[in-house]
Design a protein around this ligand. Structure first.
Ligand SMILES: CC(=O)SCCNC(=O)CCNC(=O)[C@H](O)C(C)(C)COP(=O)(O)OP(=O)(O)OC[C@H]1O[C@@H](n2cnc3c(N)ncnc32)[C@H](O)[C@@H]1OP(=O)(O)O
Ligand SMILES: CC(C)C(=O)C(=O)O
Ligand SMILES: [Mn+2]
Length: 503
């Protein structure tokens, strides 16, 4: 039987410490609600003593979300704890996170103290926080470089003082997975009252080990993991939530489960990246642009034959529509044929070989090969009159709603006007009056990528022609335009022979 792993999100505290990532209260509420929808168990909302703005954010987040525990950070300082408790006054479930450095570096050079005094301050802080809330988490800062007998001693004492969760941070990202796992194991074996508290991991990525260390911690008995979306955080970052959650989902031998709704991972990642102005590296695990993109021929052929040949995660599981087959000079015939098929050009044998040779020459000189390039390569093999290009789209609603659409089908230009029960309906009807491949619009989703009136709308459509589905995608700040583009995107995927253009 597997245990629950409590997911503690610190995007709004440790993540937000990064220069340039600061958010205002309104933005933090948007993030907190997204984290709640994602299914996190605890949101570390801020460090209330640090500024009036951060205090206010913890107050407002406490009011805005109901399911997750709201956690506020403090030092082992009474004033910090008073302010944290005050900021949590509206939280349905509030937690104070207090603690102190426990490594020789921190004790000697930062806190200029002694081990005995550090234990005393830690215990006092936990007891003081307990006056306000039942749920008190203690962090042993720089535990990754702390002496184990001392670490075990302070953890035992703070649990005695009432700590419900004990956080073992690898603050400087120093540990190797085996070492970090061994620290957790040591505490399990040497702290007499360890079963009275949940052990938490909190790893940093200075050596690129944050995810591996967190998993090692969990394998050795930790049951809470402190994480950030996209791994943002001080220096090289914190442990990224998406990596830990998906590693657990992929490896059934790790004896824990999480309540994360994984299909919301991608949209949450995009939201954080946009609001915090922090691009995600293209090759970032799970949420990078290339995480489900295949660009070399052998991989593409393998994925097209059976997705699992080169993918351990179904992209839909993390909210990515589908894997992509990117055409490059390293692609083979399978990938080329796949793209041609989706444009409705079915080539085999010598014809495919001939187009492939031309494709390689073009791909050597051009990085991005798109549908237009392919259509120019296969010109002689296809009915060129089939490629549809969307021109201008106008709509007005003074009483009746009316839309006018310009379309180019091959070399021919068309214009059509139609009415509808809304601008999207009118635009689609206008397009259908030019190209009518007898389809049924079966699914039509408009999704806000972030929030706010300046948002980009992402449109996903499924058209059915008989029992064959055709998918169209687009995104635009104008939802009518995005809908028209998605519709045309799907129409372009319908094979030439099944497309009907009305003259
Ligand atoms: C590993 C982490 O991520 S820890 C969290 C990091 N986040 C932040 O620091 C953001 C918020 N911080 C702040 O706004 C400020 O640093 C404050 C309000 C906490 C303190 O500000 P100041 O009083 O001006 O102190 P300053 O930041 O210069 O120095 C920190 C002081 O806290 C002490 N301190 C550091 N950690 C702790 C702790 N856990 N418990 C008790 N004291 C601590 C330091 O020793 C230092 O004290 P000193 O001046 O007596 O030597
Ligand atoms: C404050 C603690 C939990 C921390 O962020 C760290 O040690 O990295
Ligand atoms: Mn940290």
């Amino acid at each position: 039987m597997s245990d629950k792993l409590w997911i503690f999100d610190t995007t709004l505290r440790d993540g937000e410490q990064v220069p340039g990532c600061q958010l205002n209260t309104k933005e933090k509420i948007v993030v907190a609600k997204a984290l709640e929808a994602l299914g996190v168990d605890i949101i570390e909302a801020g460090f209330p003593i640090s500024s009036p703005g951060d205090f206010n954010s913890v107050v407002e987040i406490s009011k805005a979300v109901s399911n997750p525990i709201i956690c506020a950070l403090s030092r082992a300082v009474e004033k910090d704890i008073d302010v944290a408790a005050d900021a949590l006054k509206y939280a349905k479930k509030g937690r104070i996170h207090t603690g102190i450095g426990t490594s020789p570096y921190h004790i000697q050079y930062k806190l200029r103290s002694t081990p005995e005094n550090i234990i005393e301050r830690g215990v006092r802080a936990v007891k003081y926080a307990k006056k306000y809330v039942e749920d008190v988490e203690f962090y042993a800062e720089d535990a990754g470089r702390s002496e184990l007998p001392f670490l075990a001693k302070i953890i035992e004492e703070v649990i005695k003082a009432g700590a419900t969760v004990v956080n073992i941070p690898d603050t400087t990202g120093y540990c190797l997975p085996e070492q970090y796992g061994a620290i957790i194991r040591y505490l399990k074996e040497n702290v007499s009252n360890i079963d009275k508290a949940i052990i938490s991991t909190h790893c940093h990525n200075d050596l690129g080990m944050a995810t591996a260390n967190t998993i090692a911690g969990v394998q050795n008995g930790a049951r809470q993991a402190e994480l950030t979306i996209n791994g943002i955080g001080e220096r090289a970052g914190n442990t990224s939530m998406e990596e830990v959650v998906m590693a657990i989902k992929c490896h059934h031998d790790i004896p824990v489960f999480t309540n994360i709704k994984t299909e919301k991972i991608y949209e949450t990642s995009r939201l954080i990246s946009k609001l915090m102005n922090m691009p995600v590296q293209p090759n970032k695990a799970i949420v990078g642009r290339n995480a489900f993109a295949h660009s070399s021929g052998i991989h593409q052929d393998g994925v097209l034959k059976h997705r699992e040949n080169y993918e351990i995660i179904d992209p839909k599981e993390v909210g990515v529509h589908e894997s992509s087959i990117v055409l490059t000079a390293r692609s083979g015939r399978a990938a080329l044929k796949f793209h041609l098929d989706s444009l409705g050009v079915e080539l085999e044998g010598d014809a495919l070989n001939e187009v492939y040779e031309d494709f390689l020459v073009l791909a050597d000189s051009k990085r991005d090969i798109g549908p237009k390039d392919l259509l120019s390569l296969v010109g002689k093999y296809m009915d060129e009159s089939s490629f549809i290009e969307l021109g201008k789209v106008h709509y007005k609603s003074n009483g009746a709603i009316e839309a006018t659409v310009e379309l180019k089908v091959g070399e021919k230009a068309y214009e059509a006007t139609s009415t509808g029960n809304g601008p999207v309906d009118a635009v689609i009807k206008a397009i259908e009056s030019i190209v009518n491949p007898h389809i049924v619009l079966e699914e039509f989703l408009i999704q806000a990528i972030t929030a706010g009136s300046d948002d980009v709308a992402k449109v996903h459509m499924r058209l059915m022609q008989g029992d064959k589905p055709y998918y169209g995608f687009s995104s635009n700040t104008d939802i009518v335009l995005a809908s028209a583009q998605a519709f045309v995107d799907a129409l372009n995927k319908i094979p030439v022979k099944d497309k009907v253009t009305i003259d």
